[in-house]
Design a protein around this ligand. Structure first.
Ligand code: PHB
Length: 394
């Protein structure tokens, strides 16, 4: 490293003394990560979880990678796509960010994607989950999840477990539509029937009229998806309708039984089956260490958004090691393709073809843990799941 640096500096001197200074200075420049998150507003728990995980990763692994000092610049987009876009632009133009990361909701990720392409800056999607996001720029890699990825196993489980008729109820925006569509395709292919597909507004939703409609249709089960942060309210309103008394099961994606809010939901959520890629109760040495360190550093426990941030930092650190500290955007994205490691959630990798995450999906049941808290207890594993939407396009 030192020798290479010396040779480059010497070459600069040979070519002309004026060149030597900028080359030497370049090697010292910090590597900047612009972290754009909803720190306020309806999705602020996503921002809080990811920021905490990024800080934890850096506290554990240090802030120098391949000779470059890592600098994280956190920006609050409040959950507004216009602000995300402006912040992404400012970060790449004014701050000369080497990577942009975060993106708490699909519309926010899609707003930033053209800027990543234009500036040839890697964009790490740590939260948003609509399948098409990675196709919006060749500079995107994703460490979160896709909705179809964990919805398909839920539909398969339902079909295998005596559920024949389902009503789906999802938030009315891209990830919700991805989830409802996947559920219907997989469930009907397995012989099930979807009686109705209900959509609730993303902003300040009142779920009651939709829940009443679902109950009136008398399905065997109601399938739910809302984004992280809305689960507690949805579950509260679901409990008021007493679906259990009508013999209707509630199934969901794990976004609903989010570890961040699960303890606020109370006993009504006990026994609820759902599918997801991360649980704070995931039984592995890596996750036990992660949860313990996260709780020691914060006053709350980690949820699935946090691991998107933690693993996103790992992807950036390891790619920068591979390029030997070079911040070139295309080289960094190349280095990310095919990267595989053990996350707190289990084994994961970045699909070299799609730059999307490949990970296990777990079927879980809500239960009380030994510490008295509510957890999603994993009881089935579907290993190494790729995004089914992009697999179908192959
Ligand atoms: C999204 O907007 O892509 C999104 C946000 C939160 C979730 C899932 C998807 O829990």
């Amino acid at each position: 490293m030192l020798r290479r640096h010396f040779l480059r500096a010497a070459a600069g001197l040979a070519a002309g003394a004026a060149l030597a200074a900028p080359i030497a200075a370049q090697a010292q420049e910090p590597f900047k990560i612009g972290l754009i998150l909803p720190m306020t507003g309806q999705s602020s728990s996503t921002g809080r979880q990811i920021e905490a995980a990024v800080k934890l990763y850096m506290a554990q692994k240090g802030d120098v990678v391949a000779g470059r000092k890592i600098e994280v610049i956190v920006k609050d987009d409040t959950g507004s796509a216009d602000i995300t876009k402006r912040l992404a632009q400012e970060l790449v133009v004014n701050d000369k960010a080497n990577v942009i990361a975060g993106f708490g909701l699909t519309p926010l990720a899609l707003a930033a994607a053209p800027i990543a392409t234009q500036a040839k800056t890697p964009m790490i999607v740590m939260a948003a989950g609509t399948a098409i996001i990675t196709e919006a720029s060749p500079f995107i890699a994703r460490t979160s999840f896709t909705l179809p990825q964990f919805t398909a196993p839920m539909a398969e489980w339902a079909a295998r477990n005596g559920i024949k008729k389902v009503v789906t109820l999802v938030s009315d925006y891209a990830p919700g539509l991805d989830s409802a569509k996947t559920f219907k395709e997989v469930f009907t292919a397995a012989g099930g029937q979807v009686l109705d597909e209900l959509r609730t507004p993303l902003r300040s939703p009142d779920f009651s009229p939709f829940l009443q409609k679902a109950r009136d249709l008398k399905p065997d089960a109601l399938f739910l998806f809302v984004p992280s942060g809305q689960g507690a309210q949805l579950i509260k309103q679901t409990a008021e309708r007493e679906f259990d008394k009508a013999g209707i099961k509630i199934i969901a994606t794990g976004d609903v039984t989010d570890d961040d809010q699960l303890n606020d939901m109370g006993d009504v959520v006990l026994g609820m089956v759902n599918s997801h890629h991360y649980s704070a109760a995931h039984d592995s040495p890596e996750n036990k260490a992660y949860v313990a360190a996260f709780k020691a550093a914060n006053k709350f426990r980690p949820n699935f958004m946090s691991v998107g941030g933690y693993d996103g930092m790992h992807l950036i650190y390891e790619a920068l090691k591979k390029t030997g500290g070079k911040g070139d955007g295309a080289a960094l994205v190349e280095a990310m393709k095919g990267m595989a490691w053990t996350s707190p959630r289990g084994p994961i990798s970045i699909d070299p073809r799609t730059r999307d995450i490949i990970q296990n999906v777990y079927i879980r049941r809500v239960a009380r843990g030994a510490d008295g808290e509510l957890y999603n207890m994993e009881f089935e594993t579907v290993p190494n799941v790729k995004d089914p939407v992009k697999e179908a396009k192959k």
